[in-house]
Design a protein around this ligand. Sequence first.
Ligand code: PMP
Length: 350
Amino acid sequence: MSVRIRPDLDRLPGYVPGRTVPGAIKLASNEVSLGPLPSVVEAITRAGTEVNRYPDTAASALVERLSERLEVAPGRLAVGCGSVTLCQQLVQATCTEANEVIFAWRSFEAYPIIAQVSNARQVRVPLTAEYTLDLPAMAAAVTPATRLVFVCTPNNPTGPAVRRAELERFLDSVPSDVVVVLDEAYREFVTDPEVPDGLELARERDNVVVLRTFSKAYGLAGLRVGYAVATPVVAEALRKVYIPFSVNSVAQAAAVASLDAADELLARCQGIVAERERVRSELLSLGYEVPETQANFVWLALGERTEAFNEHCLDNKVVVRAFAGDGARVTVSTPEENDVFLAAARSFLS
Ligand code: PMP
């Protein structure tokens, strides 16, 4: 007799990570291409000498540093093993099988997986024709069973961010007992002044939770650290469903060292932003459909040409993230790597 696995897992696609192909440039996971700063490597090395001990499960030093930097009380913070784990903790903390999680589609690939694994019902609301979140439709989808709404801003994989007026209208129309998660994994790349800082909204409204990560702008994707800013009630619930010790001690030390070097790391993002505008305008001039983006990636709406584009990029030693039949998401990297990608995008058309 074979072991019995939950039958619904047969229908679960599983998360597909961006591929690493030897010898090819990886533009598939929205990482920064530059390695950690020497000061961060030093902190990692130092923390490495103490890994015989369990980490501080409360991540006190990191929470204290975040509290100072963000000007929020430590009791309003929760850390997680990457912000993706916090997405799961949020669903676990708010939903039973009778409840619904609303998110846009297409959006972050992990939302439907997390909803299913956590036994919550999922409601997907299509994006607008401009690849933005359709917030009025998302608000209209709320029912008495809704407990959580993911608002991914900027939206992965399409790029646009939600602007202040429409977000405030949305928040006004959602019942205050529904948690609205502003998933701001790419916040540090936002340049549009109309895009609000989620932290301001989280300070004003008890049902708003902001998720941020050290994986993108801070360059620590391999170490897995994210955090949530929420009301004390929600933050405490997040800590309750936290798997003990899941943010390891090396990751905590690296995150603290990265906050110490925040100015330098965030300055690096400005170079990526400049490249983002160059890459997008070049793609537009080649005739690709590329929505406005506030993140460190661009979305090419390729429809049925997506697979062929993906293969062509691979032949040209560039790994992009393809979503069959829909489009390709391409991380903005250094000027040199972006040039290799742009050459591939150009030759695809010829
Ligand atoms: N939210 C969004 C929108 C993302 O794109 C990602 C990473 N792809 C995450 C959350 C999770 O990031 P991490 O777990 O590395 O913090």
